[in-house]
Design a protein around this ligand. Structure first.
Ligand code: UT7
Length: 331
């Protein structure tokens, strides 16, 4: 009988990377553009209600896999890994390049990393946390050794620029981590949830059939319903994941929640009794980049010197589905 190969105790982030498209639109610039189509908004309203000051939009020829490629290259460089060492690629996206194949397969080819598993995860704004939890499980069970976990979105493609309640909120971008098998911690605990009965409060209901777009392929959101649910689940899943890891709120050095609205993020920090200087917030400059928001914020925090090796970090996602989840890690 063969002895099973030993499996690692942990998966650990070896490097982070991110990428934003070059075109940056401030609130003032976006408001002026919308006004030309008779849509009224203002910098004051957007800043006061969301904390967003600017977002980046991809050029027409720029796809999610292009943003993912740049973010992945930065993450590989930070991890000191070559693309051909990657044996698993998971891309979290709701704005894939194509219906199929997956954006992960397209990214794999662009990176020159053929051979390992590659697939997309669709959990909207919780996508990166979902992808990280899956990669962690695959590494700890020996299915992969060195994974690239990416969140990449071009939400500008699905925005209704006649709907001021949504089009001012979102942006494009990508973030990536290299996740490796490790005997040192590591991801400490993850938890994922969904409740499909809330599918209609945040959705892009269109689809493609018989060569035509069926239904409306633009984003719809009941902002207040999403807000209320988000505030509750971000607190409960954080507490739950802390309990699973045998840690407490006081052990959190950095909270990196989904970057949708500064009021939700600060509310979550307060409920967890964390001082606001432990909250990583990039929503002002990025807007809501859906699955890309958490890895973008993490990379920003690592590269700016905030998150350091050994720090305990809580990542949290929440969004369409309705989905939510958290990952607690020692960086
Ligand atoms: O990524 C997934 C997670 N998504 C989220 O977490 C989003 C959660 N929701 C939110 O962040 C907030 O609900 C929004 C930012 C979307 C909206 O903020 P709010 O404080 O809930 O505003 P509201 O929807 O209650 O709207 C207040 C007013 C309304 O006018 P009346 O009815 O009071 O006259 C809106 O028509 O603000 C108006 N309004 C705007 N005014 C100027 C809505 N959008 C705009 C706008 N510019 N862009």
């Amino acid at each position: 009988m063969s002895v099973p190969a030993s499996t690692p105790a942990y998966s650990r982030i070896a490097g982070t990377g991110s990428h934003l498209p070059a075109r940056r639109l401030s609130n003032v610039e976006l408001a002026a553009q919308l006004a030309r189509d008779g849509v009224e908004t203002s910098d004051d309203w957007i800043v006061e209600r969301t904390g967003i000051r600017a977002r980046h939009f991809a050029e027409p020829g720029e796809a999610a896999s292009d943003l993912a490629l740049q973010a992945s290259r930065h993450a590989l460089e930070a991890a000191g890994r070559r693309a051909d060492e990657i044996d698993l690629i998971i891309v979290a996206t709701s704005t894939p390049d194509m219906i199929f194949p997956s954006t992960a397969c397209l990214l794999q080819h662009k990176l020159g990393a053929a051979g390992g598993a590659a697939f997309d995860v669709q959990a909207v704004c919780s996508g990166f946390v979902y992808a990280l939890a899956v990669a962690d499980a695959m590494i700890r069970t020996g299915s992969a050794k060195c994974a690239l976990v990416v969140g990449a979105e071009v939400f500008s493609r699905i925005l209704d620029f006649k709907d001021r309640t949504t089009c001012v909120l979102f942006g494009d971008g990508a973030g990536a981590v290299v996740l490796e098998a490790s005997e040192q911690p590591g991801l400490l605990a993850t938890e994922l949830h969904a409740d499909g009965k809330h599918a209609n409060i945040l959705c892009t209901p269109g689809t493609v059939a018989n060569g035509k777009v069926l239904g409306d392929p633009l984003l719809k959101m009941d902002g207040q319903a999403v807000f209320k649910l988000a505030v509750g689940v971000l607190e409960s899943v954080a507490r739950s994941v802390l309990a699973k890891a045998g840690r407490s709120e006081a052990d959190i050095d950095w909270l990196i929640p989904h970057q949708a609205n500064i009021r939700i993020m600060q509310g979550t920090a307060k409920k967890l009794k964390l001082p606001l200087d432990k909250l990583i917030a990039t929503v002002a400059e990025h807007g809501n980049t859906s699955a890309a928001s958490v890895p973008l914020a993490l990379d920003h925090a690592v590269r700016s010197g905030s998150v350091k090796r050994g720090d305990t970090v809580m990542l949290e996602g929440v969004g369409g589905g309705f989905t939510w989840g958290a990952a607690l890690l020692d960086y």
